[in-house]
Design a protein around this ligand. Structure first.
Ligand code: SF4
Ligand code: ZN
Length: 343
């Protein structure tokens, strides 16, 4: 006997919602998924009419679903937003070049303007070249820091008011877990925020409309909507620590689907004891980007790459920032320590 949709009781159910366990037909699933994102947007007051919003687009499932749903909800509910796509080209042959082709097709399909900013153009380094120098251990540190700034720079070029990213509930829960495991209180306090206010000049506010959307549902939505997305993993993706956190979370989800939401709620409700030292936000003396040190992470990493001392930005070498800024030479011992990279 075919199971009927538990929402409309008319059509045949084609799936069991991973988030709620309800058996739904395609149309009712689409509606539930889209309206939940709408509720998230409304409840958190993510946008104001007339704003220009840049959608961070990688060609992957999350950002493709985000672009599709944002366009649809903007029309359905009359948000009055001007939407654009912003992509970062990290310079990864065989991965980003292919996924950018998907973004270009999405641009046509959704009729949205697209801006691509590349690491090569911004920093003079592609990820291919960075991996050649630093190996496959810390490459994601470089990539993550550069991406954050690249998105801001792209957003400023496009004059957008806000950036929205495709982070989903699984990503947020995973980040909560990782910050707990690392004891990173400052990040733990920030990572569940659905939107960040501008932290200073050159930093565009960001938000996560898919914060409560389960990854499994995003995949189902993209599949049933036949969205055009790119599903290959980055060829430099060794991020083992995050991988373990992800596997752990998936294991928890398989025995209790609400684990994902439960972890997010735990993160949201944690309060940090008064008097815990938090980094003080200032600006980078070299490029003007936000930084809690004399030099921002991006400038330190770049300096390390340009000097052939890739470890400069890995780990804590804050006391060297002043030396770098005043162009004092590093001692031989310091140079030796920063050169060696364990492959
Ligand atoms: Fe960059 Fe690492 Fe992500 Fe690849 S896996 S795109 S190197 S952050
Ligand atoms: Zn800087």
């Amino acid at each position: 006997m075919p199971v009927l949709c538990s929402s409309c009781s008319e059509k045949r159910a084609v799936l069991k919602r991973p988030k709620t366990g309800h058996s739904l037909c395609k149309a009712c699933f689409f509606w539930a998924f889209e309206e939940e994102v709408h509720q998230t947007i409304v409840a958190a007051k993510l946008f104001r009419p007339g704003e220009t919003v840049g959608i961070a687009a990688s060609g992957g499932k999350d950002s493709t679903v985000l672009a599709h749903v944002m366009k649809l909800l903007n029309e359905r509910h009359g948000y009055g937003l001007e939407l654009m796509l912003i992509s970062v080209d990290e310079g990864i042959t065989g991965y980003r070049d292919d996924s950018l082709e998907t973004v270009k097709r999405n641009q046509q399909q959704y009729e949205l303007p697209l801006k691509i900013v590349s690491y090569e153009e911004l920093y003079g380094w592609t990820m291919d070249a960075i991996v050649k120098q630093v190996g496959l251990k810390n490459n994601c540190t470089f990539c993550g820091v550069f991406r954050r700034q690249a998105l801001d720079r792209g957003a400023i070029m496009l004059k957008v008011d806000k950036i929205c990213t495709g982070h989903n509930a699984d990503d947020v829960a995973e980040t909560v877990l990782m910050n707990i495991l690392r004891g990173d209180i400052a990040r733990l306090r920030r990572c569940t925020a659905i939107s960040t206010a501008s932290e200073g000049d050159g930093v565009v506010p960001r938000c996560k409309p898919l914060k409560y959307a389960y990854e499994k549902e995003i995949v189902l939505y993209a599949y049933f909507k036949k969205l055009d997305y790119f599903s290959t993993e980055c060829i430099y993706s060794p991020n083992a620590y995050r991988g373990y956190a992800r596997t752990f979370l998936k294991d928890l989800e398989s025995i209790r689907p609400s684990s994902i939401m439960d972890i997010i709620h735990s993160g949201e409700n944690l309060s940090v004891r008064e008097g815990v030292k938090m980094p003080v936000q200032g600006t980078c003396s070299r490029c003007g980007y936000i930084s809690s040190q004399a030099l921002c992470k991006s400038c330190v990493l770049l300096e390390g790459l340009n000097r052939g001392l890739p470890k400069l930005g890995i780990g804590k070498h804050h006391r060297l920032h002043e030396k770098i800024l005043s162009q004092q030479p590093l001692t031989e011992h310091e140079q030796r320590k920063l050169k060696s990279v364990d492959f």
